[in-house]
Design a protein around this ligand. Structure first.
Ligand SMILES: Nc1ncnc2c1ncn2[C@@H]1O[C@H](COP(=O)(O)OP(=O)(O)OP(=O)(O)O)[C@@H](O)[C@H]1O
Ligand SMILES: [Mg+2]
Length: 270
């Protein structure tokens, strides 16, 4: 199967500030990968390289088998149309309503009939629990609600690949979990491939240990028990390299000194 995303020996620097020192990894289609690593390590750069917003100094990057590191701007625009991205900065358009934000691509960048776009926006807002909020302005929402709007916007055009940058940082644990639940639903019910950058080990662990199921038409989030059950893969970026790649249980059980220290400092004592 062609990987959804594949990096092969990618190097990237801003002038003499080296960020990536030859990284290779792949994201299988239909999978969820969680990318962890220290602040300033290059996680957001990796997502921006996937979108072709930056170009690597060497190495190759493919999305669904297509080379993005050498792709022309026009093809990149087409490629990005099928990628949902929640940027870390999460810029919503403050002068547009929630519904206009969520449907932006559908209204502005597709030839979808307006009624159909409206219906999709209503559906997706319901999906993130904001069905009643379409006519509000972003400034009239809480931080967690704004994040859910950003997620809804990324999902609205049914992208096959979702890139999430620090979607839950700064949220209280209950609101973070409502966002996590949406991510779990997308993975398990919609089969979306995702690459999720986070600092929140707690959220990463929650996503790796829960799954969504549909029972009598209603969606439930249940504990998967075994940490490998959801099939989530972890990648840890450290000193410009992929320092670890594996399951949640392999990560938690690792004897690697850097990982032990990193997890010790970020995990509650569980
Ligand atoms: N536009 C830019 N110009 C110059 N340096 C940059 C630019 N963007 C990022 N950097 C630098 O590249 C490095 C990697 O940045 P990046 O944003 O990928 O980090 P990150 O892993 O996402 O960190 P965080 O967890 O804090 O979001 C950092 O040292 C940062 O200062
Ligand atoms: Mg970042």
């Amino acid at each position: 199967m062609t990987p959804a995303v594949e990096f092969t020996d990618v190097h990237f620097a801003f002038d003499d500030h080296v960020v990536l020192r030859g990284i290779s990894f792949s994201v299988p289609p239909g999978s969820m990968s969680i990318l962890l690593g220290a602040s300033g390590g290059g996680k957001s750069i990796i997502l921006k390289l996937i979108l072709g917003l930056f170009r690597p100094d060497s190495g190759t990057i493919t999305v669904r088998g297509q080379r993005v590191d050498t792709m022309r701007e026009r093809e990149l625009l087409q490629l990005r149309a099928d990628i949902g991205m929640v940027f870390q900065e999460m810029a919503l358009f403050d002068s547009l309503t929630v519904a206009q934000n969520v449907g932006y691509r559908l209204f502005e960048e597709s030839d979808m009939p307006v009624e159909q776009a409206d219906a999709r926006v209503a559906e997706i807002l319901g999906f993130v629990g904001l069905g009643e909020y379409g006519e509000r302005m972003p400034t009239e929402l809480s931080g967690g609600q704004r994040r859910r709007v950003a997620l809804a916007r990324a999902m609205a055009s049914n992208p096959s690949l979702l890139l999430l940058d620090d979607t839950t940082t700064g949220l209280d644990p209950l609101i973070a979990n409502t966002v996590n639940d949406e991510i779990v639903k997308l993975r398990d019910l919609e089969g979306v491939t995702s690459l999720f950058v986070t600092h929140q080990i707690r959220d990463a662990h929650y996503i790796a240990t829960h799954r969504a199921e549909r029972v009598d038409g209603a969606v439930r989030i249940v504990e998967a028990g075994d940490t490998s059950a959801a099939g989530v893969r972890f990648l840890v970026l450290h000193e410009g390299q992929i320092h670890f790649e594996g399951s949640a249980s392999a990560l938690l059980g690792s004897a690697d000194p850097y990982l032990k220290e990193y997890l010790y400092k970020t995990l509650p004592p569980w």
